[in-house]
Design a binder for this molecule. Structure first.
Ligand code: ADP
Length: 437
């Protein structure tokens, strides 16, 4: 038993002893009991009073507390001390956190759940033009940018948002929103002006070089074509044919580079052009059959939902779907089947090009849509590939709000899947689903 409890018990025993003594001496047992209990209760009431005052801040009362009240006060003191230490630690942590945010070159803002600004660092003054008056105001009142409201309405957006500040100096900023603490958010703004400028220089350079190469290439190819028709010694003729093949390859490379530059630089295709995907796939299948004459035949099966179209750019989709289909024909041995499926799936639409070719090792899958990434450079070139096809496909799908997925098993074949979101789908007035060769 705790020492203070023993003290309290002793006190009670003393009261009982006093009551017994008083009762025995006086014979008035009831009076003696009332006096003893009354005294004890009054003493306890005074302890409660002192205890309550001590709780409210009268420190001197602490010494007057005894027994169980002393014990309760001691326990509370210990809890208070621990809370004080925790507060100190938290405050140190908070200071460190603020100091860290303060030294960041990125703008950092703490927002409440209504996206009101609670705090911001010095970089936010410089990058976003905030000042003391910005505090307690909603973010959308002090910052504007294309798509900002929609982005914030997403709650906790998965992807960063890029906005432009007119300046001077004009800046391009990348915003990220993170959940932090209770119902608080950390918004960071990273200055990507320089990065964007370098990317633009790179894009302009590639677009300009490709453009400048186009005319001389057309001339060279034209002369080579004319010369190859002439009666010439077989050796010279073969040399001319080889040069012509290389010129054609270069022409394709330039065309793909120009296409990629355009995809990167232009706005996403508007949603008002309806693309009749079934017709587009039929035309590609015809081209594929023509290709079979030079590159070997493949049993080609089309499973097409004929009532399914998408809103977007016909030329871009022709290029993307064409790349997937021709890859399946060019990167697989002649005679192996290829199946193209166009169907509704999970609310959106899905194009699948499946082959039974050699497949692709898992280590390559992630990088396959990068520019010039080829599993086997030599073989790809031999087959007329530029290494840009899947990069074009990825860009085109992203511009249509979709994405590409690749499934492949070495030795079994590959499935290249193009996914489109529901908002891009259109119902076509054509007969329903069909399957043909
Ligand atoms: P390429 O012009 O070389 O076809 P792509 O970007 O279209 O360039 O494809 C990149 C690489 O992916 C190809 O070089 C090839 O190694 C691999 N690849 C693409 N499609 C297939 C396929 N259906 N089967 C096996 N490998 C493929």
């Amino acid at each position: 038993m705790h020492e203070r409890f023993r003290q309290e018990l002793l006190r009670l025993l003393l009261v009982v002893a006093a009551v017994l003594l008083l009762g025995w001496l006086s014979g008035a047992w009831a009076l003696a009991l009332a006096a003893g209990l009354g005294g004890y209760i009054l003493w306890q009431l005074r302890q409660v009073y002192l205890f309550e005052e001590w709780l409210m801040g009268v420190k001197s009362n602490r010494r007057a507390l005894s027994g169980t009240w002393d014990l309760a006060a001691e326990r509370i003191e210990r809890i208070r001390q621990r809370a004080r230490q925790r507060k100190k630690r938290m405050s140190r942590l908070l200071h460190r956190f603020h100091d860290t945010l303060e030294t960041l070159p990125d703008a950092a803002l703490i927002l409440d759940r209504d996206r009101r600004i609670l705090w911001f660092n010095s970089a936010a003054r410089e990058l976003l033009g905030l000042d003391a008056a910005s505090r307690e105001r909603r973010l959308t009142r002090v910052l504007s940018g294309k798509g900002l409201r929609r982005w914030l309405a997403e709650g906790l957006p998965a992807r960063p948002l890029e906005i432009e500040r007119s300046g001077p100096p004009r800046r391009e900023l990348q915003l990220r929103l993170l959940h932090f603490g209770e119902e608080q958010f950390l918004l960071t703004a990273h200055d990507v002006t320089e990065l964007k400028r370098v990317q633009q220089v790179r894009r302009d350079f590639i677009a300009n070089v490709s453009h400048e190469l186009r005319t001389p290439l057309t001339v060279v190819k034209g002369y080579l074509e004319i010369l190859a028709e002439d009666e010439l010694p077989p050796q010279t003729k073969e040399a001319l044919r080889a040069s012509l093949r290389q010129a054609q390859r270069m022409e394709q490379l330039v065309a793909d580079l120009l296409m990629l530059s355009r995809l990167e630089m232009e706005e996403a295709p508007p949603g008002d052009e309806v693309v009749e995907v079934p017709r587009l796939l039929d035309a590609l299948a015809q081209d594929a059959r023509r290709l079979a004459l030079t590159h070997g035949d493949h049993p080609l099966t089309l499973r097409i939902d004929r009532a399914l179209g998408v809103r977007g750019s016909e030329s871009e989709l022709t290029s993307a779907f064409g790349n997937l289909l021709f890859n399946a024909l060019l990167h697989t041995p002649a005679g192996t089947p290829v199946e193209v499926t166009w169907e509704k799936r999970d609310g959106g639409a899905r194009l699948t090009v499946a082959d039974r070719g050699p497949g692709i090792d898992p280590e390559h899958l992630e990088r396959l849509t990068e520019r010039f990434y080829r599993v086997d450079k030599g073989r790809s070139r031999e087959r007329g590939g530029t290494g840009l096809g899947l990069s074009i496909v990825r860009h085109v799908l992203a511009r249509h709000g979709g994405r590409i997925e690749i499934e492949s098993r070495p030795g079994e074949g590959s499935r290249f899947i193009g996914l489109f979101p529901a908002e891009r789908l259109v119902k076509l007035d054509s007969p329903s689903s069909s399957s043909d060769r």
